[in-house]
Design a protein around this ligand. Sequence first.
Ligand code: ATP
Ligand code: MG
Length: 138
Amino acid sequence: MSNRTFTMIKPDATAKGFTGGILEMMLKAGFSIKAMKWTKLSTEQAGAFYAIHKERPFYRELVEFMSSGPIVAAILEKENAVADFRTLIGATNPANAEEGTIRKKYAASVGENAVHGSDSDENAIIESNFFFSELERY
Ligand code: ATP
Ligand code: MG
């Protein structure tokens, strides 16, 4: 089991000024930052990042949305990071998200749901490598 996960604060949340509040929830939950950047994905980059969803009906909408504005990408560290972070962000659809989760507080809809969290140790590594070189991690 790995102690790292990968996250993005999505364009809806950066646009609404939720970046600071979301980072605070992550830190208060015991995650520490190993890498972080403010950047914007091209449609090609967003398409590649979410290639796993290529066949899903919402893929096009997802790629448009994820390239529509700036994001914060980060590698976070904590014991049991992937599972604990998924608990912290809450259900994909904020209508189903538990009280106290990031999506309950900050997400608008199933599409514009404020944050991304890796769903496995394997994907956490792939997604971290998509954004960060070794020199950018500390
Ligand atoms: P993420 O991978 O972003 O952390 P997730 O793992 O909770 O989210 P996935 O099933 O991996 O959910 O879907 C990836 C993203 O695709 C969702 O976060 C959401 O932005 C978008 N998405 C998922 N389902 C829908 C849907 N039915 N309609 C529109 N967008 C959707
Ligand atoms: Mg996912």
